[in-house]
Ligand binder design. Structure first.
Ligand SMILES: [Mg+2]
Length: 257
């Protein structure tokens, strides 16, 4: 389950979201909440869902941070010394996962990986340090490929990929983006919860993240029209959802009947 634009918009629950989740629970299906937002911890999502009346635990959340952490561990073990362009909450999550992260004003030469998240605590010093390490040949990873983050009132803020674009233009280096639509977040769900790929479906509102992650992982997808995508966007897109519904309420009505 994507959250923003699928289950809620900002601080408003989308009608039918509660019924849909309760129905899944009653018939013994598991829902996992996926988010590309790496600026907030999983605890913040549990709190947010609770405020909207949806019960969950940190174990029900799969974030781009989990996918990134899994990917980096699998490919590099404990060989990375990371320069992080990310929030304090992202730093804490990565430290808990056992990663070695240098301080934001680090001047030494130990860094072999620059990792960028949706850094709502960004400053110029971090950009300057990240450019330095990238020019020195450090690996370049990013938690999510979102260019902008939707906020209330139909407005947007610069997200992870927009920060990466500054670094890319400055250094000529391109990051590898983890999180949706990279299939690794689905592989993480598969491994962690033992779910078979043919038994999973991804539900979301964004074609280039939610629906694309379904296509990349080879699982079905449901696109709901309560968030970013319109029918015209879907027609014009190369990424095709398996199913299209007006809203989560319609998915619920169909399942119920
Ligand atoms: Mg969304």
């Amino acid at each position: 389950m994507d959250m923003d634009g699928t289950l809620y918009n900002g601080d408003e629950l989308i009608p039918g979201a509660e019924d849909f989740l309760r129905f899944l629970k009653n018939v013994g299906k598991r829902s996992v909440f996926m988010t590309n937002n790496s600026s907030r911890s999983r605890f913040a999502y549990v709190e947010k869902l609770a405020r909207l009346g949806i019960e969950s635990t940190v174990d029900d959340i799969a974030s781009s941070v989990n996918a990134t952490s899994c990917y980096l561990k699998e490919h590099y073990g404990d060989t990375l010394t990371i320069y992080l362009v990310g929030t304090e909450s992202l730093r804490q999550e990565l430290l808990t996962d056992g990663f070695h992260i240098v301080p934001a004003d680090y001047e030494g030469d130990e860094v072999n990986c620059v990792l960028v998240g949706y850094d709502t605590e960004l400053n110029y010093r971090k950009l300057e340090r990240a450019c330095h390490f990238l020019c020195e040949g450090a690996l370049f990873y990013a938690t999510n490929c979102d260019l902008r983050c939707p906020i209330e009132g139909g407005r947007y803020l610069p997200d992870c990929a927009t920060i990466c674009n500054m670094l890319e233009v400055s250094t000529g280096r391109k990051p590898r983006y983890l999180g949706k639509p990279d299939r690794y977040i689905v592989d993480y769900v598969h491994t962690k919860w033992g779910a078979d790929y043919e038994d999973m479906v991804v539900v979301g509102d964004r074609l280039y993240t939610d629906i694309a992650v379904g296509a990349n992982a080879g699982i079905d997808s449901i696109c709901v029209l309560t968030g970013e995508s319109t029918l015209a966007d879907i027609d014009a897109s190369e990424v095709t959802p398996t199913y299209i519904f007006n809203s989560i309420k319609d998915v619920y009505e169909i399942l119920k009947s």
